[in-house]
Design a protein around this ligand. Structure first.
Ligand SMILES: [Zn+2]
Length: 311
């Protein structure tokens, strides 16, 4: 019997550093990082945005082979059906219905169809990359719950946490999206209230999912950029790696190579090397009013995670 595909799923609020974590794990032997898989159906198959290798999705040799193995070519993939299913079940508001057992039969059929097709992609990725662990940085708490229903995989959830003030500061900055082939596109920006609510609801949802039985391993972005080799060594058994496989990275500059990622932060296009350094610009550059708003909306969880409210 073929062993189950280990899927390391990175969950958390947007702008928490999931792309960086995925790139680091993807650089370890035996691991392959594919970016945010739940966006592949639209941004990859439908919109033909660029893969992390620089090629448009349909021209990328890696994803072409994955499509051939999973669906006998992307032309035959049920991407419109998947987008329809995604709209129905992979939504934040569906989370309580999905995390409560037993799942109602109507919802179960929909989510299981969505999960089966997702599983075909994970297994094809594992075969093409000849990796033991597939890294998906889709972030969504709802997808973390759906993942538990994907057949033929062994899911592990990594809950990535970052200071809400740093996250809100990141949301305030306008950044181009190099994956859009025609250019001229920018990532969404959020004001401090929306960024704080998004941070809180995603982290609370992951804590609730954990209590409901979706086991997750917490790690903090700030610890990752300060001590990546030690943090990855801590995840070694979760990722299913040998001590040798988990110990190849040397900080502060990590060679992550070319990675075939379907969606994620623009940093995935910035070359084969990643420089790890604490990003604390928010401490001096964030407007005091914005900082107060974010602290006011997120302080209980921020304090519970061990962040200092006054620096
Ligand atoms: Zn590619």
């Amino acid at each position: 019997m073929t062993p189950a595909t280990r899927v390391a799923y990175i969950a958390g609020a947007g702008r928490s550093g999931s792309t960086l974590l995925a790139m680091l794990i993807g650089a370890l032997p035996g691991c392959v990082s594919i970016g945010e898989l739940r966006h592949m159906w639209r941004r990859g198959i439908q919109l033909n945005q660029r893969c992390g290798c620089g090629e448009p999705f349909w021209d990328c040799p890696f994803w072409s082979e994955v499509g051939d193995r999973a669906f006998d070519g992307w032309d035959n993939a049920p991407h419109e059906r998947m987008l329809d299913l995604q709209r129905r079940v992979d939504r934040f508001r569906q989370l309580p219905r999905l995390a409560t057992m037993p799942v109602a039969p109507g919802v179960r059929r929909t989510v299981d169809e969505y999960a089966v097709n997702t599983g075909r992609v994970y297994r094809a990725v594992q075969e093409v990359a000849q990796a033991s662990t597939v890294v998906d940085s889709s972030k969504s708490p709802t997808f973390a719950v759906i993942l538990q229903r994907v057949p033929g995989i062994d899911p592990v959830v990594l809950h990535l946490i970052r200071d809400s003030r740093a996250v809100a500061y990141s949301w305030s900055r306008q950044r181009p999206m190099p994956e859009v082939v025609d250019g001229g596109a920018y990532m969404a920006t959020y004001g401090p209230t929306r960024a704080a609510i998004d941070w809180a609801r995603n982290n609370v949802a992951l804590e609730a999912a954990h209590i409901a039985g979706v086991a997750s391993t917490r790690l903090r972005y700030e610890a990752l950029v300060r001590a990546a080799p030690q943090e990855l060594a801590r995840l070694r058994s979760t990722l299913g790696l040998t001590p040798e496989q988990a110990a190849v990275l040397t900080a502060p500059v990590v060679d992550v190579g070319v990675q075939h990622t379907v969606a994620g932060n623009p940093s995935r296009f910035s070359g084969h090397q990643v420089r790890l350094r604490p990003d604390e610009e928010w401490k001096s550059a964030m407007i005091v009013r914005d900082r107060r708003i974010v602290e006011g909306l997120t302080w209980p969880l921020l304090a519970a995670y061990g962040y200092r409210l006054r620096s």
